[in-house]
Design a protein around this ligand. Structure first.
Ligand code: NAG
Ligand code: NAG
Length: 125
């Protein structure tokens, strides 16, 4: 899963991951930038369904440095940015394309087959 970099997108993706996990037991990987991964990590650890050892939810970190994208340091989601920088954030998400391809290739190598599906977010560049 490739959610957009906003709490209002990360949390629904997590809820969707929970539903898919409960009905399929699939291993689900949610991939996002370092600070958003940290945010998801704290959300997951406070959710008994997702933090149980049975739950095959993985968080993957895609390298991203906001300073490389004309954004203030350490700003990786809409919550940490003024409204006039949101479009810049939208464009910066295109930088996640190569790391996302690498992650899919790594998963394919590890599992012996590519992911069954990729659920992305319409706001990703
Ligand atoms: C889900 O998959 C894991 C790993 O294969 C397994 O240990 C667990 O028992 C499964 N849970 C259910 C409810 O099928
Ligand atoms: C992001 O890039 C800036 C400028 O190159 C650098 O100073 C900073 O240490 C980098 N941040 C991280 C977390 O790597």
């Amino acid at each position: 899963m490739l959610p957009f970099m906003a709490h209002g997108h990360l949390i629904p993706f997590l809820a969707l991951a929970r539903l898919i996990h409960q009905s399929t037991n699939f291993t689900i990987t949610i991939a996002t930038t370092p600070l958003n991964t940290a945010y998801l990590c704290s959300a997951v650890s406070s959710d008994p369904t997702l933090s149980s050892s049975q739950c095959r939810l993985r968080l993957a970190t895609l390298p991203f440095n906001s300073s490389d994208h004309d954004l203030p340091p350490n700003t990786e989601n809409t919550e940490s940015l003024p409204p006039n920088k949101i479009i810049t954030l939208l464009h910066s998400s295109a930088a996640l394309e190569s790391p996302s391809h690498r992650l899919v290739a790594d998963i394919a190598a590890e599992e012996g087959r590519p992911p069954i599906c990729i659920i992305s977010d319409v706001f990703n560049g």
